[in-house]
Design a protein around this ligand. Structure first.
Ligand code: IMP
Ligand code: MG
Length: 187
């Protein structure tokens, strides 16, 4: 087997927080829990990925599921400057699936203040879903402003900016195979 060289850390990537193997093992565990919890449930589970950050987590997770499921996406945006989330969330693109009477799981990359997921859960609950659960890869509990119920959590992390495995800084670093801590280099 040929080994693939990992992209080297750059100046602003200060350390690898979670390596690729650890991520894969955890995503596998989450998928097994979901398979178990939804076994025998009537109907097809709708996995709703919150664009863009969740796309890699969702892609890996859904390929480990053996329960009936479909994949859908939603795009949200919060007003305010880029790295400071505000409470004002708005929808840029809605799902294509009709949610009424269906089992829905929201897939997010990271829970920070909680405003985004809180908005989404409230919004989905008005659509008369049969059930609503949430799965996030990363959780930064220290940053929480609103309480959100999480059903599946990959890892709890400290209050640092992270990139990789779908997460970005100004659209950079999304496709790194690991999660790294990033501190912007200012020169
Ligand atoms: P919340 O509404 O504050 O929970 O914000 C969640 C959103 O902020 C996530 O979906 C991410 O898009 C973004 N975010 C928060 N922390 C980070 C981070 O450390 N790296 C990359 N994106 C982040
Ligand atoms: Mg996001």
């Amino acid at each position: 087997m040929t080994s693939i060289a990992l992209p080297p850390l750059t100046k602003d990537l200060v350390r690898v927080l979670i390596d690729a193997d650890t991520i894969q093992r955890r995503v596998n565990e989450l998928a097994q829990q979901i398979n178990k919890n939804y076994a025998g449930t009537n109907g097809t589970l709708i996995l709703v990925g919150v664009l863009k950050g969740s796309f890699i987590f969702l892609a890996d997770l859904c390929r480990k599921l053996d329960i009936p499921h479909v994949v859908d996406f939603i795009s949200l945006s919060s007003y305010g400057n880029s790295n400071q989330t505000t409470g004002n969330v708005r929808m840029i693109m809605d799902t294509r699936e009709n949610m009424e009477g269906r089992h829905v799981m929201i897939i997010e990359d990271i829970l920070d203040s909680g405003y985004t997921l809180d908005y989404l859960c409230r919004n989905f609950l008005t659509r008369k879903v049969a059930s609503l659960r949430t799965a996030v890869l990363l959780d930064k509990p220290e940053r929480r402003k609103v309480d959100v119920k999480l059903d599946y959590v990959g890892f709890q992390i400290p209050d640092v900016w992270v990139v990789g495995y779908g997460l970005d800084y100004a659209e950079k670093y999304r496709t790194l195979p690991y999660i790294a801590e990033m501190v912007p280099v200012t020169v």
